[in-house]
Design a protein around this ligand. Structure first.
Ligand SMILES: [Zn+2]
Length: 205
């Protein structure tokens, strides 16, 4: 359903800059390429990229994230990341710097970081078997009417994440096949995704 405040188009304020720096970037690149191999991040048949991974910068609200349009890149490199400096959820606006702009999916990552101080890594992936498995087993999910790219979705993600454990996954009910995994460190989010991936493949065997 349309929101009462109407649809606010996503805006990215992008300042071109060298690739961001982060002590976890080598690890993030390895995990991102694993997710690409599992096709949890990649390209849709129409050539549009899906999925992105991010990590908080220190104790700030800033984070590094794979940039817009990098779903098909393999292997990923630091030049494919950008730094999100700030996010305005009501205005659906992100301010970022780096070689490439941030995607609208940065808003979902930002919502988790804002809701949980202990979250240091967020992965957004697309996968039908996991999406179906998690929905069938009652996993937390955002309302189906909170459409992708809207402030409503970011708010719904924030309120769900704040009530979940430190390592968790949630279903983006209005973003088909869309899932979020987050943790205090990248490895834990990666392992949760992998375990869920295996369960979903057994369930569909
Ligand atoms: Zn998505």
């Amino acid at each position: 359903m349309p929101s009462t405040e109407g649809y606010i188009k996503f805006t990215c304020r992008h300042e071109p800059a060298p690739p961001p720096r982060h002590p976890w970037l080598p690890q993030l690149c390895r995990i991102r390429d694993e997710l690409r191999n599992w096709q949890l991040i990649g390209l849709l048949p129409d050539g549009i990229g899906y999925g992105n991974i991010s990590a908080r910068i220190g104790d700030t609200s800033r984070f590094v994230i794979t940039a817009s349009g990098t779903g098909g890149e393999y292997p990923i490199a630091t030049r494919h990341f950008c730094e999100v400096l700030s996010v305005d959820i009501p205005q659906n606006t992100v301010t970022c710097r780096g070689p490439l702009p941030a995607s609208s999916e940065s808003m979902s990552h930002a919502a988790v970081y804002a809701a949980r101080r202990d979250t240091r890594a967020v992965f957004h992936i697309h996968d039908r078997p996991m999406f179906d498995l998690l929905r069938a087993t009652g996993a937390p999910q955002t309302p189906p009417d909170a459409a992708y790219g809207t402030p409503e979705l970011a708010r719904a993600i924030g309120s769900l994440a704040s009530a979940l454990p430190a390592v968790a996954m949630l279903v983006m009910g209005g973003h088909p096949d869309g899932l979020l995994a987050y943790a205090p460190e990248p490895r834990k989010a990666r392992d949760l995704l992998w375990n869920t991936y295996l369960r979903s493949r057994h369930a569909h065997a």
